[in-house]
Design a protein around this ligand. Structure first.
Ligand SMILES: Nc1ncnc2c1ncn2[C@@H]1O[C@H](COP(=O)(O)OP(=O)(O)OP(=O)(O)O)[C@@H](O)[C@H]1O
Length: 237
């Protein structure tokens, strides 16, 4: 068994006086698609920001790809933040060129293939794109990178059902090809849950439940139901 890609031990994180993650422990297995699910405000984005070294924990230990979070390993991570925007004056082609020149592990051919699959015209200017088109481009810029860890925070927001289905198909194809770990946080649980090998359910700043997706489903029913129960204050899941 390989070492976990991400390991948190007894991590606490607060913003001012507000405690967001408390005694947070997690081990993310390598080479899996991992769902990070939970109600609004449960701490999913904060968890990703700690992985990237964008926030510092109050205490606890964090290892990401065998190092402390920060510049030493961020070139090995493709991160799609929850509120990402691209430079407006680029075209799609320009963004892909930029990725090829500057992003570690970026495969321009793969990016072009993904753009075609996701029906994104390469001559389109980014400031003329709809929200959903831009969301697709942001996703392409992450998925085209050959890095051990990809983090997608709410990648499907603003994307219509048809495009979402295409993206899920691309992810399934892409993932079976690769040797990467992909962390996905999403509220589109119903559509996305088929992607996950394992799932961590976050509630009120802690891992409330985790395991192989299939086993969790067999035991508790759909992920959607589990998250709904949590949103309504369900305890003892
Ligand atoms: N920069 C910040 N300053 C203060 N509080 C913050 C900040 N960022 C997040 N929070 C708070 O921390 C808590 C966790 O937020 P976080 O964004 O990690 O949750 P989330 O699970 O990703 O939520 P969502 O599903 O709505 O995206 C929330 O109560 C939020 O209001």
């Amino acid at each position: 068994m390989k070492d976990p890609v991400v390991q948190f031990r007894d991590v606490n994180l607060s913003y001012g006086s507000r405690m967001v993650l408390q005694d947070f422990n997690i081990e993310i297995p390598s080479q899996q698609v991992v769902g990070i699910l939970g109600p609004n405000g449960s701490g999913k984005s904060s968890f990703f920001r700690l992985i990237m070294g964008l926030n510092q924990p109050d205490d606890g230990e964090i290892a990401v790809l065998g190092h402390s979070p920060g510049w030493r390993n961020n070139h090995q991570i493709a991160y799609l933040p929850d509120r990402a925007r691209w430079y407006g004056n680029h075209t799609v082609e320009g963004a892909i060129q930029w990725g090829g020149d500057l992003l570690p592990g970026f495969d321009s051919m793969k990016a072009k293939e993904l753009a075609e699959w996701m029906e994104i015209d390469s001559s389109m200017r980014i400031d003329e794109m709809s929200k959903g088109q831009e969301a697709r481009l942001m996703l392409i810029m992450c998925l085209a990178r050959k890095v051990p860890l990809i983090i997608l925070d709410e990648p499907f927001t603003g994307i219509d059902t048809h495009s979402r289905e295409r993206i899920m198909d691309a992810l399934i194809d892409y993932v079976t090809e690769g040797e990467q770990t992909i962390l996905i946080s999403t509220h589109e649980i119903y559509e996305a849950e088929g992607l996950f090998d394992s799932v961590f359910l976050i509630n009120e700043g802690q891992v409330a439940l985790s395991g192989e997706a299939e086993l969790l489903r067999a035991e508790h029913g759909s992920m959607m139901q589990l998250v709904k129960k949590m949103s309504h204050g369900g305890r003892g899941l």
